[in-house]
Write a protein that binds this ligand. Structure first.
Ligand SMILES: *[C@@H]1O[C@H](CO)[C@@H](O)[C@H](O)[C@H]1NC(C)=O
Ligand SMILES: *[C@@H]1O[C@H](CO)[C@@H](O)[C@H](O)[C@H]1NC(C)=O
Ligand SMILES: *[C@@H]1O[C@H](CO)[C@@H](O)[C@H](O)[C@H]1NC(C)=O
Length: 339
C-alpha cells in the first residue's frame, strides 16, 4: 500500500466543522477494489451519508456507506476471499466504532467504542441490554485474521432480534459462503454487498434505528487485474476442495424481513435493485442484464439446491446441470470433484 493509502481515508466534506450533516463529496477511490469493476453501487442516496474505507491494523478490509441520522449502515461491500493481516481473528468486545465520523482529525482506524458517546453513530452502550444483537452486515465468519476482527465494528452492524440474526445466518450467510467457495474454486472472486432497508420505527435507546429488512447481493466474476488488488495478493487460504465445480460467472440476491421476521427469499439482482429503488449494485455481472437474468437465475437456484442437499452427504445434480456435471467430470476425470 502506498503512502497515500496510509493517510486520511475517510473524507467528509463538512459545511461546518464538527458536524457530519452535509454533503459527502469524496469517493471510495482509496478502497475501490471491494467493488466489482471498482465501481460503487449506483443509485443509493449519498446525501448525508458517510463513506468509510474500513481500516484496521493498517489495512483496509471492507467498505461501508453509513447513515449518521439513523446510526446504522446502508450497506457494507466486501470480497471473498480477502483475508488481509496476520493476527489471529477475535471477536472484539466491546465492538469498534469509527472515530472520524465524529472528528475528522481523529484516528483513521476503527477504535473500541467502550465508554464512548456519539451523536452520529452507534456505540457500545446503545446495544447493551437493548434486547438486540449487533447483526453483522459483512459476516465475521467469511474471512480469517484481521479481516474477520475488523467486521466487529458497529458501523457494520444493525440491530437484529437474536432469533432473526440466527436465521439470517442459516438462511442466507451460510448459503452465500457456500457459493463463495464454489466461486473461488473456479479461480474467480466473489463481490458481496449487504445492507439494510426500511425503518421499523423502533430505536435502541431512542438512538439506533431498527431496520425492517436485510438484503445481500453477490457477484462471482474475475477481478479486473492483480495490480493494486490486495485481495488477490494476500495469503491464499486453504479451503477444503470439496466445493461443487461451476465454471461460470454468476449473480443472485437474498432478502429477509427481519422484523417482524419472515423467511428469506432468493431473487435476482435486478429484482432486488427494483425493490430497493436503486439503479445498479454491480457495474457489470452475469445475470444483471435483462437478456441473461433468467438463465443465470435458474442455474444459481440449481447450484443452491445442490450445495444445500450436498450438506446431507452426496450432492444431487439434476435437470439442466446434468450435462454440465457430465462435462465437468469428463474434463476433471474425477466424479467426486463435481459433487
Ligand atoms: C493468517 O495469518 C497467518 C500468520 O499469522 C498466516 O500464516 C495465514 O496464512 C493467515 N491466514 C490467511 C487466511 O491469510
Ligand atoms: C419489494 O418486495 C416486497 C416483498 O418481498 C413487496 O411487498 C414490495 O412491494 C416490493 N417493493 C417494490 C418497490 O418492488
Ligand atoms: C420498504 O417498504 C415499502 C412500503 O411498505 C415497500 O414498498 C418496499 O418494498 C420496502 N423495501 C424493501 C427493501 O423491502
Amino acid at each position: 500500500m502506498g503512502a497515500a493509502g496510509l493517510v486520511l481515508f475517510l473524507l467528509l466534506a463538512l459545511p461546518d466543522p464538527g458536524t457530519v450533516q452535509g454533503k459527502v463529496v469524496e469517493n471510495f477511490d482509496e478502497c475501490s477494489w471491494f467493488f466489482q469493476n471498482k465501481i460503487p453501487p449506483q443509485g443509493f442516496d449519498t446525501q448525508n451519508r458517510v463513506k468509510i474505507c474500513q481500516r484496521y491494523k493498517n489495512h483496509y478490509h471492507f467498505v461501508t456507506l453509513y447513515r449518521p441520522d439513523l446510526r446504522i449502515p446502508v450497506y457494507s461491500a466486501y470480497r471473498y476471499p480477502c483475508t488481509i493481516g496476520v493476527e489471529k481473528k477475535f471477536r472484539s468486545n466491546p465492538w469498534f466504532y469509527e472515530p472520524q465520523i465524529d472528528d475528522r482529525k481523529a484516528s483513521a482506524e476503527m477504535t473500541s467504542s467502550k465508554d464512548r458517546s456519539s451523536d452520529n453513530q452507534a456505540v457500545d452502550a446503545d446495544y447493551k441490554d437493548s434486547g438486540y444483537d449487533r447483526g453483522h452486515l459483512y459476516p465475521f465468519s467469511f474471512n480469517e485474521n484481521d479481516s474477520a476482527t475488523a467486521t466487529c465494528t458497529l458501523t457494520n452492524a444493525v440491530p437484529q432480534k437474536h432469533e432473526a440474526n440466527v436465521n439470517w445466518n442459516k438462511q442466507v450467510e451460510s448459503i452465500v459462503l457456500k457459493l463463495a467457495l464454489i466461486c473461488h474454486k473456479s479461480g474467480r472472486s466473489m463481490y458481496v454487498v449487504t445492507g439494510s432497508a426500511n425503518s421499523t420505527g423502533s430505536k435502541l435507546k431512542n438512538k439506533v434505528t431498527v431496520p425492517e429488512v436485510a438484503w445481500t447481493a453477490l457477484c462471482c466474476t474475475s477481478p479486473p487485474g492483480r495490480i493494486n488488488d490486495p485481495c488477490l495478493n494476500n495469503n491464499v487460504w486453504s479451503e477444503e476442495q470439496s466445493a461443487t465445480t461451476y465454471d461460470k460467472d454468476f449473480s443472485c440476491a437474498f432478502k429477509k424481513k427481519m422484523e417482524p421476521e419472515e423467511d428469506a427469499v432468493i431473487l435476482t439482482v435486478r429484482a432486488l435493485q427494483r425493490n430497493l429503488s436503486m439503479i445498479k449494485i454491480f457495474d457489470s455481472c452475469r445475470g444483471t442484464n435483462q437478456d441473461d437474468e433468467a438463465e443465470n437465475f435458474e442455474e444459481v437456484k440449481t447450484l443452491i439446491a445442490t450445495v444445500t442437499s450436498a450438506e446431507n452427504g452426496g450432492g444431487s445434480i439434476r435437470g439442466w446441470s446434468w450435462g454440465f456435471a457430465v462435462l465437468c467430470c469428463l474434463l476433471s476425470k474425477t466424479w467426486s470433484m463435481c459433487v
